[in-house]
Design a protein around this ligand. Structure first.
Ligand SMILES: C[S@@+](CC[C@H](N)C(=O)[O-])C[C@H]1O[C@@H](n2cnc3c(N)ncnc32)[C@H](O)[C@@H]1O
Length: 526
């Protein structure tokens, strides 16, 4: 079945992917010495964009930038075009077009994204993707390509082989999936896991597959094409198109120092260049998936990452100090900071003061220089006269550990500050896209380019947040909806008819709903 028919028959749910956001690509580019285009004035191309779940929110966020998304599935593109029309986005072209027929007239792009496409198309389309990345990237442009990798997929591929064998004589996609899922369950139950690597693998993979949604499994496991590659093979092909390795969208995976010291030492011995080191790391991790960033071969990259590289960046972290925010950063006592997935222990007063500042500002990202002066202020609340050299060294002494913290995901770095309101504005507003999505069932896209779920009441409120209403007006509009019986308010399971009482109840629940929408990064700054 051709790609077009397969995706027309079973639609692929279309979402934003935070790791493809040009801000992420620009951050990694800047770390390695590139000068990527500013987000407010750039051109972005997405190949295999499905219904535009990833590119539409970008186009809405950056109205002065230009966006082009292409996909071979007419049905998916038609769905996306309805959203584009509803939002009136003149800076976005969402086209039903084959990658093989991409028009040279489209010109150059600062960012090219191909998420979830490369491994799932035949080799000639893969070559066309690399060709477009080279021909259509600006000299300072960055391309993002995700793909399935070996050795991880050597094992997972066996599960795909079992499923596709079972499904080979069935034409209905839902039945294909039902029958192949049933075969896997049967195998997982019948094959012993005792001292049996095959049984353990089957049990693990069945557990991995069980919670996944049908549309995902149909395209990931039962699609005609799913050709994983070793990283070095992917890079050999990229080199043939005069593209070079910039890095990974997930920067933390690039650092051998995130492995135990003996593994790091061996990896450093084995790898004679970055491609080899990355390849050996994949072997240690049994890696399944990569989100590789490429740039033109002519770009001179500097991988030493001097501390100055983050002086113009913005820093954020939700990290919590053990012992609470009252810890005194001025002492040389060690403090442990924790963030889901990473721990930082430090005695360094400046770093401790900066982490406390970040905690206080979270989720706001602070410009590095502002963070430095706030941290200094915490350490020296009074007057301080110091020589200029020491002041300059402070900046480097803070930037170095923050770079290490970025590598362990303890802090986030952003080339540009995310545009989100952290205090609830007088007349709150959410994006037009999120309002449009809130008026339909399903998740909405937040300002961090993530998928978020809304509760029933949050959804009602979200639909009204166009920036024209303060809290009282939101309560009044909702009360009108109750009066018109479009909305029902229940108290202890019983409907409330008295509108004064309704107003009081709505006022109370709104006090929770607005901060919740803010925490979900949905409120626009004013
Ligand atoms: C697995 S889906 C990924 C969609 C989206 N990028 C994502 O990650 O959610 C692959 C997409 O690539 C599109 N596609 C496959 N072959 C294509 C081609 N030759 N030209 C354009 N789009 C293609 C499919 O229609 C489908 O929407």
């Amino acid at each position: 079945m051709s790609a077009e028919n397969a995706y027309d028959e079973v639609l692929y749910e279309s979402h934003p992917f935070a790791q493809t956001h040009p801000n992420r690509l620009a951050t990694i580019g800047q770390l390695f010495g590139m000068q990527p285009a500013p987000l407010a004035k750039c051109r972005v191309l997405e190949l295999g964009c499905s219904s535009g779940g990833n590119i539409i929110p970008l186009a809405e966020r950056f109205p002065q930038s230009e966006f082009v998304g292409i996909d071979a599935s007419s049905r998916q593109v038609a769905i996306g075009q309805k959203t584009v029309q509803a939002l009136n986005l003149p800076n976005l072209q969402l086209l039903h077009e084959d990658i093989l027929k991409f028009s040279p007239q489209q010109g150059k792009f600062d960012y090219i994204i191909a998420h979830g496409v490369f491994s799932w198309v035949p080799p000639n389309v893969q070559d066309a993707i690399l060709h477009i990345c080279h021909d259509h990237l600006t000299p300072n442009g960055i391309a993002y390509i995700s793909y399935n990798t070996n050795p991880g997929w050597r094992l997972r591929g066996m599960i795909r082989d079992i499923m596709t064998y079972r499904a080979r004589k069935i034409s209905n996609p839902a039945e294909k999936l039902r029958e192949s899922r049933a075969l896997l369950d049967f195998l997982a139950e019948s094959v012993s896991t005792k001292g049996n690597a095959y049984g353990i693998l089957l049990a693990d993979e069945v557990n991995h597959i069980r919670p996944k949604q049908d549309w995902y499994l149909i395209h990931e496991y039962l699609e005609e094409v799913n050709e994983p590659e070793y990283f070095h093979q992917f890079m050999d092909r990229a080199h043939l198109h005069n593209l070079q390795y910039l890095g990974e969208a997930d920067y933390s995976t690039m650092l051998a120092s995130n492995f135990p010291p003996e593994v790091e030492a061996m990896l450093k011995k084995l790898g004679t260049d970055i491609i080899e080191t990355e390849q050996y790391m994949d072997m240690v991790r049994n890696r399944l998936f990569r989100q590789t960033l490429l740039c033109q071969s002519a770009v001179t990259l500097d991988r030493t990452i001097p501390p100055e590289r983050i002086f113009n960046m913005h820093v954020a972290s939700s990290s919590e100090p053990e012992g609470g925010v009252q810890v005194d950063p001025r002492s040389w006592d060690p403090v442990t900071f924790k963030r889901p997935g990473s721990t930082l222990s430090t005695k360094e007063p400046l770093l401790k003061a900066a982490m406390l500042e970040l905690r206080a500002a979270w989720p706001r990202a602070i410009p590095f220089m502002e963070l430095l002066s706030n941290a200094r202020g915490r350490l020296h609340p009074g007057t301080q006269v110091i020589d200029a050299e020491r002041a300059a060294n402070d900046a480097k002494n803070l930037a170095r550990p923050l770079l290490r913290c970025y590598a362990t995901t303890h802090v986030d770095l952003h080339a540009e500050p995310p545009q989100v309101a952290y205090l609830i504005p007088e007349q709150p507003a959410i994006s037009r896209l999120a309002r449009f999505q809130a008026s339909q069932p399903g998740a909405v896209t937040n300002l961090m380019h993530e998928v978020v779920q809304l509760g029933d009441f949050e959804r009602q409120v979200a639909k009204l947040l166009d920036g024209s209403r303060d809290r009282a007006a939101v309560i009044e509009t909702l009360t009108d909806l109750v009066a018109k019986k479009t909305l029902v308010v229940h108290e202890k399971g019983k409907p409330v008819a008295d509108l004064d009482q309704v107003r009081v109840i709505l006022g109370k629940v709104l006090e929770d709903a607005l901060p919740s929408l803010a925490r979900k990064n949905l409120l626009l700054p004013q």
